[in-house]
Design a protein around this ligand. Structure first.
Ligand SMILES: NC(=O)c1ccc[n+]([C@@H]2O[C@H](COP(=O)([O-])OP(=O)(O)OC[C@H]3O[C@@H](n4cnc5c(N)ncnc54)[C@H](O)[C@@H]3O)[C@@H](O)[C@H]2O)c1
Length: 370
């Protein structure tokens, strides 16, 4: 492997942020190609960042030997097939969330990755905020104690302009609603610290926008470690916040509420006694900060490909996140709590999308926009 990995970025929406993150790590990555079926968007992004090659076809990028990494930032329903295509061409793959549309698909990707000798890294860049990283560090040091209760809020604002992109708001193309596209990060942060749930009871509703998929979610989780967690998600919040509040026996950790940077600092870590507060301060003095966000994830990706660290996000992590999504939808559709793990025999293993009656696909049949 060369020290400086050649990268091709596919999809020029959030893909623009990926390009900037790679270019800020210019000793490690070299963005050599941009791909988008929208030629104007691709040429504009390439010109803005001095990227030499432009294509409208992923198959073409797959043939370029100088690309070691293909980074997929296309609409969600394309991820599964495009990850397979890039792996089959011998590339390492970075892929935006959600990496697949079902547990069956992500299991296929896990098999394909194992056979390819290459790595697939799903994106969960919120993991690398320094506030969340400090909590992860304290848990790893054994200071936090037993987890009791966690609350996770994703209260964002998304209206007609957001759903103007035709792939959004539809089961077939967005693969789900706010649970899949927006709150997936905050819920991954919960799993990152505590591990997976063992039981999920959820309600979903479409109240804010005239879309097929849900835009409000309330879920109650029993975690595998025995603690409880409560998730709430809406796209109808006039004031946007994201919030994590972890209550452990030895400390409470509270994030800031900035909607898109709440895993970054400031976080408040309160010990349950002055002695514990002292231990927390002493431990955090030893915390080593690496880069955050996309830069943080790509920095660690490079370390992993060089064999210096574990892959910072794996397909197994993506599978856990998709399993929670499948459980949320199955619980909301059946009114029953869903026990995890979800394996091959489960009704939602092959996909969580409900049958949509043809008449409901007609936008006119859906409630008016607010
Ligand atoms: N990690 C994050 O914080 C974050 C933020 C936003 C979006 N996303 C994810 O990124 C993905 C894209 O979202 P977006 O907001 O950038 O969407 P977008 O619609 O703004 O951009 C997608 C781009 O992909 C292009 N495209 C479509 N089909 C293509 C194909 N076959 N080959 C090449 N290009 C193709 C489109 O022309 C478009 O330019 C989604 O899966 C979304 O969930 C992640």
């Amino acid at each position: 492997m060369s020290d400086r990995l050649g990268v091709g970025v596919v999809g020029c929406g959030i893909g623009g942020h990926h390009v900037r993150a790679y270019q800020s790590l210019s000793k490690r990555f070299n963005v050599l190609a941009i791909c988008d079926i929208d030629g104007v968007r691709a040429h504009e992004l390439a010109a803005e960042h001095n990227v030499p090659r432009v294509s409208s076809d992923l198959a073409e990028l797959c043939q370029w030997d100088e690309l070691e990494v293909i980074d997929i930032c296309t609409p969600s329903h394309l991820h599964f097939s495009q990850v397979r295509q890039a792996l089959a061409a011998g590339k390492h793959v970075v892929c935006e969330k959600p990496v697949a549309g079902s547990l069956q698909e992500v299991d296929e990707l896990i098999r394909a990755e194992a056979q390819s000798g290459r790595r697939v890294m799903p994106i969960f860049q919120y993991r690398f905020g320094h506030g969340l990283q400090k909590l992860k560090f304290l848990v790893g040091e054994g200071i936090a104690g037993q987890a009791y209760l966690t609350t996770v809020e994703t209260a964002w604002r998304r209206r007609a302009a957001y759903y103007a992109a035709p792939w959004r708001g539809r089961w077939a193309t967005e693969l789900g609603g706010a649970s899949v596209t927006l709150a997936i990060h905050a819920h991954d942060a919960l799993y990152y610290v505590l591990g997976p749930a063992r039981s999920v009871l959820a309600h979903t509703a479409t109240l804010v926008n005239p879309i097929e998929t849900e835009d409000c979610v309330s879920a109650s989780l029993q975690m595998a470690d025995g603690s409880l967690a409560s998730l709430s998600v809406t796209t109808g919040s006039a004031i946007q916040i994201s919030r994590h509040r972890f209550c452990f026996s030895n400390l409470t950790a509270e994030s800031n509420t900035q909607p898109y940077t709440n895993t970054s600092e400031p976080w408040v870590f309160s010990g349950d006694s002055p002695e514990l507060t002292g231990q927390i301060e002493e431990a955090l003095a030893r915390f080593v900060a690496l880069p955050e966000g996309f830069v943080g994830q790509f920095y660690r990706f490079h370390q992993a490909l060089r064999g210096e660290a574990e892959l910072p996000v794996t397909l197994a992590d993506a599978r856990a996140s998709l399993e929670l999504i499948a459980a949320i939808y199955h619980s909301a559709q059946t009114g029953q709590a869903v026990e995890l793990p979800i394996g091959k025999g489960h009704p939602k293993y092959g996909g969580w999308q409900p049958e949509i009656p043809a008449r409901a696909r007609n936008a006119g049949a859906l409630p008016p926009s607010r």
